[in-house]
Ligand binder design. Structure first.
Ligand code: DLL
Length: 433
């Protein structure tokens, strides 16, 4: 279902006019109210009056995660502090968290964006949404909550974890829609299988999954285990949270809510814009935000924009599902390796479970080594060891041909690799420089 046809199916030329007016307004506001942006624009000798066309965005400064950390906690606030009604943060593994401060208008835009997201996955007022994204400073729980409420669906604000209770509620309340990270959806499916619960026989028939990388094969696995349609949704705290882009029923690329979040793809090295169809770093400008609006925020996420029309009728630009992040690329013996490449290759191999861990270390020879731990279906462990040996060799061969480097494969029994209730940790890099 298209939640807001007027905006989502708008003639692209008309949308561009809106975007330009909003961009001009944003740049004026940032120049007047945020010292950080005024200084950057002065350094680059660009003034708000220099923005005449959407293309002029290329002359504006970028914002990076480091800029956000340096201005922690309130340095990028663009409106009076008393207008802020809610705050979210992303944990990050190092340094200060990044902060997003919302006015009530920002919350309204978030609500609208998430309503479009969930409606595209089929959510209506008749649905019962079991929301297992974490509630708290993380944007996942509240974002899906706002969207579902706005649609008029019933929400079960479960938050993440306590899997046996999740499964009990899934059965007893007849939840029809699931919202959580894809890795948690799979973990719940495993626990359900162990408890003898037939997920395919339950009313749950659709879900919005995101917040971490996942592959097409992982989607198939979730769809099969639950008997549901699984949709990819994307977002990040800095921009609004979930609701930046989402899949429609066609499941071919994610529609960007570009009346709010203006996308660009740039070459991560030169910073130059790249045309549709070419892979690079995703950059967003928040056209309407009031609390902490951002100009050309470098997400570090890698994808490309698709500008061909989508059969669903929405006219918004789409982005391909993410290929990885500029900062999760591993350089192993000089070769660039993305965890998503490993995941993709692995899922093609019969006999493996969708659980793996990549451990990078330097061996006695001081050369980088990748150990790939892969869970294997239980039958293989009760089988004769030859089966295991053949599978191990097969995985090693596939990795060698896909990644161009040798990978040590360690097959482990089901449930050996630690499960996560939020974002899964797929890489441990033990190398010290
Ligand atoms: O993860 C917001 C979110 C919540 C999105 C629930 C979708 C669903 P952060 O914690 O700030 O915000 O993390 C943002 O997570 O830059 C991507 O690298 C990654 N990410 C988010 N969605 C996807 C996705 C939330 N669908 C970072 N596929 C982003 C791959 C994703 N990676």
């Amino acid at each position: 279902m298209i939640f807001n046809p007027e905006c989502e199916c708008m003639d692209p030329g008309t949308r561009k006019k809106f975007q330009l007016a909003r961009l001009k307004n944003l740049v004026e506001k940032l120049y007047a109210n945020v010292a950080f942006y005024r200084q950057k624009m002065d350094e680059m000798d660009i003034k708000p009056r220099d923005i005449h066309r959407l293309e002029d965005i290329e002359n504006l400064p970028f914002t990076t995660k480091d800029d956000l950390r340096l201005n922690y906690p309130h340095g990028l606030l663009a409106c009076p502090k008393d207008r802020i009604v809610e705050v979210h943060m992303s944990s990050g593994t190092t340094g200060k968290p990044v902060v997003d401060e919302y006015t009530i208008e920002d919350i309204n835009i978030w609500r609208e964006s998430m309503s479009r997201t969930m409606a595209a996955a089929g959510c209506t007022r008749d649905d019962i949404v079991q929301n297992c994204y974490g509630y708290g400073l993380f944007t996942g729980g509240p974002g899906a909550h706002y969207g579902a409420l706005n649609i008029g669906a019933e929400v079960l604000p479960m938050s993440s974890g306590n899997t046996s209770r999740q499964l009990m509620v899934l059965q007893d309340f007849g939840s029809t829609m699931l919202t959580c990270t894809p890795s948690y959806a799979l973990y719940m499916a495993e626990e359900a299988a162990d408890a003898g619960i037939d997920l395919r026989g339950l009313p749950v028939c659709k879900g919005c999954f995101g917040a971490e990388p996942w592959s097409e094969n992982m989607r198939k696995e979730i769809e099969e285990r639950y008997g549901m349609k699984a949709y990819d949704i994307y977002g990040l705290t800095e921009i609004i949270g979930p609701g930046v882009s989402f899949e429609c029923e066609v499941q071919d690329g994610l529609h960007i809510n570009e009346d709010f979040f203006y996308p660009e793809i740039i070459d991560p090295v030169t910073g130059k814009q790249m045309p549709a169809g070419e892979k690079g770093e995703l950059v967003f400008t928040t056209l309407t935000k009031e609390g902490t609006p951002l100009l050309r925020y470098r997400t570090r996420d890698i994808t490309y924009l698709m500008d061909e029309p989508c059969p669903c009728g929405r006219t918004t630009a789409r982005m391909h599902r993410l290929f990885g992040r500029t900062d999760d690329m591993l350089i192993v013996r000089g070769v660039n390796v993305f965890p998503s490449q490993i995941e993709h290759a692995l899922f093609e191999i019969e006999g493996t479970e969708p659980q793996y861990l990549i451990v990078v270390d330097r061996g006695a020879t001081h050369l980088d080594e990748i150990e790939l731990q892969v869970e294997v279906k239980r039958e293989f462990f009760s089988d004769e060891t030859r089966g295991l040996e053949t599978l191990r060799n097969r995985i090693a061969d596939v990795m060698k041909s896909k990644l161009q480097i040798a990978v040590k494969v360690k097959l482990v029994e089901p449930k050996t690799i630690e499960r996560s209730i939020g974002k899964a940790k797929r890489v441990i890099d033990k190398r010290t420089i």
